[in-house]
Each structure stands twice: as structure tokens, then as C-alpha cells.
Design a protein around this ligand. Structure first.
Ligand code: COA
Length: 259
């Protein structure tokens, strides 16, 4: 993968874990149109690259993950441009969520507005102890527009989501953990904690991981049980299933091939 970007850094380690680092530190990694375009391109590349098994999303520096959509750009929006901006942000966040390779947000500082929404679009969230989450939009006379009004209630429940959105209150890492907004707090570096979580995940069958994500995101849609049964059946036909069950019975580690 040899892509270069102006507002983010994309690299990959020897375990097939890609890292996207949003790199606009002078503006606390705020999401302007260029960052969103490049993020879209990077996520598409990760989803396509067969060498990549999982991804981490983070921000440059130790102050901010992403401090929101770029307020300078938002200021000039009229109604139709505002709707289009929201749609574009939603689409990029959806691209992250629709990845069937696990994506973990490593939240290293402020995750406000669009930054919190980007973290919510990731499958899992690991917070540094300096992480701060918040949806300040109502304080700007707006509402969250990159999927936050939809994803947050699914993650923490409607009452907690409404409190966070309506109060625009900032939450520290410990509060975010308590309400289930983050999966864990990193003891040290959140990127390394996210990597270690992914390494544990990647020990398992790759097709099973992909289908587990797919099934979980169908929960509550009315189709979930059918999708679960279909994917369960599909996995029963795979070499990984034969290998996983044989390895258990033969008391040895499984050697999954993703087939
Ligand atoms: N959009 C555009 N620029 C932003 C930004 C955003 N969302 N968040 C921070 N910046 C810029 C600041 O304007 C400042 O730029 P400048 O040096 O050219 O003036 C720079 O990043 C540093 O931010 P600053 O506010 O000076 O840092 P701070 O430590 O005093 O405060 C925050 C940090 C995160 C509390 C504060 O920047 C903030 O509230 N940002 C906006 C958060 C927000 O409302 N996001 C939701 C948008 S919908």
C-alpha cells in the first residue's frame, strides 16, 4: 500500500494492522473537507488490501484525537450545503463502520463533535487517560450531523445519549468507560493498547471475525436472527471451521487460513 496523504498518515505493521493517524495538529486534527476526503480514500484502501486484517484510527499528538468538524468551514454553510456536509460526513463514518475488518479508535485526547462521531463509527474504542468525549454541537446552534444522533443511543442507550447531546457536557475517560462509550482505558499509550486488543482478536478465525461484526450490526434490525443463522451456516462450510474444531479436539493451537 503506497498511498500518500496531506492530512493523514497511513501505515501498516508486520501483523497486518493498519494505522490511520489524522494529522492536522495545529487545528487539533479537526475534520475539514480535505481530511474527510483523505479519510474516505484511506478507509477504502484498507478495506481492499488483502494484507491488512484490522485498523486503528487515531490523531497526531497527545492533545486531540479529533476536535470535531472544522468550525471555520461550518460557519459559511447554508441549508442545502449543510445537509450535503452532513451527508458526506455520514457517508465517510458509514464506510468505517461497514468495514468487516475490525477498526479500533485509539482516543488520545479530545474527541469532540465529529471526532466523537468518528470514534463511534469504529467497532471498538480504547481511550487514553486524557481522553475527553463530547458533542458540543448544540452550543454552536447545531446538532451532531455525522451519525452521532443515531449511533450514540445504540452504544449507550437513548437517555444517556440525550443527556450527552442536550447538555453538550464533556466526559472524561472514566465516565465514558462507565457508560459504555469506550471499551477500555489504556494504561499507557492508547494506540499500543488498541494494537494489543486487535492482536488478541486476530488470533481467531478471520472469516468468523468478519461475519461476527456483520451479524452484530444487524441486531435490532428485524433481520438479525436470520442473518446470524445464515452466516453461522456459511461458516460451517469453511476450512477455518474444520481447522478450529479439529485443533480444539487435538489440543493444539488452530492455524487459520481465512478460507
Ligand atoms: N474546528 C476548527 N478549528 C479548531 C477546532 C475545530 N473543531 N478545534 C480546535 N481548533 C483550532 C483552534 O481554532 C485553534 O486554532 P488557532 O491556533 O489558529 O486559533 C487550534 O485549533 C488550537 O485550539 P485551541 O482552542 O486554541 O486549544 P485549547 O486547548 O484552548 O482548546 C478545545 C481545546 C478542544 C477545548 C477547543 O479547541 C474547542 O473547543 N474546539 C472546538 C470543539 C468543537 O466544538 N467541536 C465540534 C465542532 S462541530
Amino acid at each position: 500500500m503506497s498511498l500518500s496523504f496531506d492530512t493523514l498518515i497511513l501505515d501498516r505493521d508486520d501483523n497486518g494492522i493498519a494505522t490511520i493517524t489524522i494529522n492536522r495538529p495545529a487545528k487539533l486534527n479537526a475534520l475539514n473537507a480535505e481530511v474527510l476526503e483523505e479519510l474516505e480514500e484511506a478507509v477504502k484502501a484498507i478495506r481492499k488490501d488483502q494484507q491488512i486484517m484490522a485498523a486503528i484510527l487515531t490523531g497526531t499528538g497527545d492533545k486531540a484525537f479529533v476536535a470535531g468538524a472544522d468550525i471555520r468551514e461550518l460557519r459559511d454553510l447554508d441549508g442545502s450545503a449543510g445537509q450535503a456536509t452532513s451527508r458526506k460526513g455520514q457517508q465517510v463514518m458509514q464506510l468505517v463502520e461497514d468495514s468487516r475488518k475490525p477498526v479500533v479508535a485509539a482516543v488520545n485526547g479530545y474527541a469532540l463533535g465529529g471526532g466523537a462521531e468518528l470514534a463511534m463509527a469504529c467497532h471498538l474504542r480504547v481511550a487514553g487517560d486524557n481522553a475527553v468525549f463530547g458533542l458540543p454541537e448544540v452550543g454552536l446552534g447545531l446538532i451532531p450531523g455525522y451519525g452521532g444522533t443515531q449511533r450514540l443511543p445504540l452504544i449507550v442507550g437513548r437517555a444517556r445519549a440525550l443527556e450527552m447531546i442536550l447538555s453538550a457536557k464533556q466526559l472524561k475517560a472514566a465516565e465514558a468507560l462507565e457508560m459504555g462509550l469506550v471499551n477500555r482505558i489504556a494504561e499507557d499509550n492508547p494506540v499500543e493498547a488498541a494494537r494489543s486488543l486487535l492482536m488478541t482478536i486476530l488470533e481467531n478465525g478471520p472469516l468468523a471475525i468478519r461475519h461476527a461484526i456483520e451479524a452484530v450490526y444487524q441486531s435490532g434490525t428485524g433481520e438479525g436472527y436470520q442473518v446470524e443463522a445464515d452466516l453461522f451456516g456459511k461458516l460451517c462450510e469453511t476450512e477455518d471451521f474444520a481447522e478450529g474444531t479439529s485443533a480444539f479436539l487435538e489440543k493444539r493451537p488452530a492455524d487459520f487460513k481465512g478460507k
